[in-house]
Design a protein around this ligand. Structure first.
Ligand code: HEM
Length: 162
């Protein structure tokens, strides 16, 4: 039985659901790339949202990046994000959000990025998500591979209708 959304998460109910779309990525150390993406923001009735993401290479359908985490709602306009990537990177973010009946902006800055001994070096990550009706867009910037903070990803997803 699905419990109702926890009252702490009600203000972010606009992002709960399944999202599908595509994006593109770049960084000075790699070739530009295009990807398709599925994102699920779910909940279990507790004061956090679950976050699951997986991507595929848009050219050949091969699996690409994926990540799993939790959005912890900490106040009326504040939140934390914890997530892990199979590439050996973990991110802890602190952030804020602004929401109205049909739109939402979430701004997240990493306060800690951990890398396993064999992971590529990542020092800081900035994530900006926007929901406008049934469209979710985001940008991810990172300071990694010895490079200063700069853009890595932009994507646009549409809400999967039930
Ligand atoms: C939609 C999500 C993402 C996709 C589709 C994606 C895709 C890619 C691709 C295709 C590459 C180049 C090939 C490779 O090294 O595997 C790459 C490199 C990289 N990505 Fe991402 N990425 C995503 C998210 C992230 C995030 C969130 C971070 C860090 C927090 C990150 C950090 C890196 C790093 C450090 C590299 C290595 C760059 C290098 O080798 O010079 N990526 N990514």
């Amino acid at each position: 039985m699905q419990l109702p959304l926890h009252e702490m998460c009600e203000s972010l109910s606009i992002i709960v659901g399944e999202w599908r779309g595509s994006g593109s990525g770049h960084y000075p150390t790699i070739e530009d790339f295009e990807y398709t993406e599925e994102v699920i923001f779910g909940h279990s009735g507790k004061p956090f949202l679950t976050y699951g993401q997986k991507t595929k290479n848009a050219k050949n359908g091969d699996p690409l990046h994926s990540e799993q985490g939790f959005v912890r709602v900490t106040g009326d306009a504040t939140l934390e994000l914890v997530l892990a990537q199979p590439s050996g990177i973990v991110e802890i973010h602190q952030g804020s959000f602004a929401v109205n009946a049909s739109a939402c902006v979430i701004n997240l800055e990493s306060i800690h990025v951990g890398t396993s001994p064999t992971a590529k070096p990542v020092n800081r990550v900035h994530r900006l998500l926007r929901v406008d009706g049934d469209t979710l867009t985001y940008d991810v910037a990172m300071a990694a591979m010895g490079e200063p903070m700069q853009h890595h990803l932009a994507a646009t997803l549409e809400r999967k209708q039930k």
